[in-house]
Write a protein that binds this ligand. Sequence first.
Ligand code: HEC
Ligand code: HEC
Length: 252
Amino acid sequence: MRVARFLTPLLFAAALFAQHTYTLADIENGGRLYLANCTVCHGPDGDLQPGVNLGRGKFRRASSDDELEQIITKGIPGTGMPSHDLTPQQVESVVAYLRSMAASGHSTLPSGNAARGKAIFEGKGECLNCHRVHGSGSYSGPDLSDIGLVRRTAELEKSLVDPNAEILPDNRVVHVVTKDGKEMTARLLNADTLALLVLDAQGQLHSYSKSDLREYSLMKDSSMPSYKGKLTTQEMGDVVSYMASLKGAETR
Ligand code: HEC
Ligand code: HEC
C-alpha cells in the first residue's frame, strides 16, 4: 500500500536524524484509519458493500454519530461487519472522516473509459513526466500505481481540475538553496529543526543540514498543473476512470 511505502522513507529518515516527523502528524487521522481498517471491505468511495454507501452521509443502521461509533466499535453481529479494536478517540476521528466524505461532494465529470484514459495519461496528458505507474515515469510527483485504492473518485477529479485545493502533507514540495548556491526543488519527505530530507525527480534521497542552506521554503502552489480547459471533460472522466482502476497490482 501507498501508506506502507511512504512510511519506509520516513522511518529511514527517523533513524537517520532521530527525529519526529510533522508530515505524518499533519495527515488527517480519520482518513488514515479508514484507509487502514475499512477500505479493504468498503473501498475508498465507501460503496463496495452491496446496499451500503458510507460516502453519502446516510446510513441504514445509524443516524447519529453515537450509533456510528457503536457500529464501528462493536461491529454488526451476524453480518460481515467486524468489531474494531480502536480507541474512542480513533473511532471519533473515523466518524468525522465518514462525515467529511459526504461533505466533500460527488463527481461532476462524465463517466469515463479506463483504456482511453490510459492512452491520455501516457500521451497527451503527459502525466508520466511527473508521476510513476508500475515502475515507469518520473519521481517528481507521487507514484500513482495504487491511487485507485487510496483516493475517492471525487478526490481524483479534484486533483485534475483544482490541484491546489488540497495538497497532502506527504506531497509537499520544497525549494532549497545551499550556501554554495545549488538549488533544488524536490518533494519534502521529512523535516525537523536541524535537517530536511527530500526526494528528487530521479528518485534520489538528499538530506540537507539546515545550517548548510541559504534558504528553503515550502512551495505554496502545487506543481501539479490544472487540466481544466486543457483536457475536455470527457477526457478528464477517462483519466479519472483509468486512475480509479490503478490498484497496485503490476500488470506487465
Ligand atoms: C471485513 C469487512 C469489513 C470491514 C473491515 C469493515 N466493514 Fe463495515 N460493513 C461490512 C459489511 C459486510 C457491512 C454490511 C452489514 C449489513 O448491514 O449487512 C458493513 C456495514 C457498515 C456500516 C453500516 C452501514 C449502514 O448503512 O448502516 C458502517 C457505518 C460501517 N460498516 C463502517 C465501517 C467502518 C468505519 C469500518 C472501518 C473502521 C468498517 N466498516 C470496516 C464489512 C466490513
Ligand atoms: C509538472 C508535473 C506534473 C504533471 C505533468 C502531472 N502531475 Fe499530478 N501531481 C504532481 C505533483 C507534484 C503532485 C503532488 C502535489 C499535489 O497533490 O498537488 C501531483 C498530484 C497528483 C494527484 C494526487 C495524488 C494523491 O496522492 O492524492 C493525482 C491524482 C495526479 N497528480 C494525477 C495526475 C494526472 C492524471 C496527470 C496527467 C493528466 C498529472 N497528474 C500530471 C505533478 C504533476
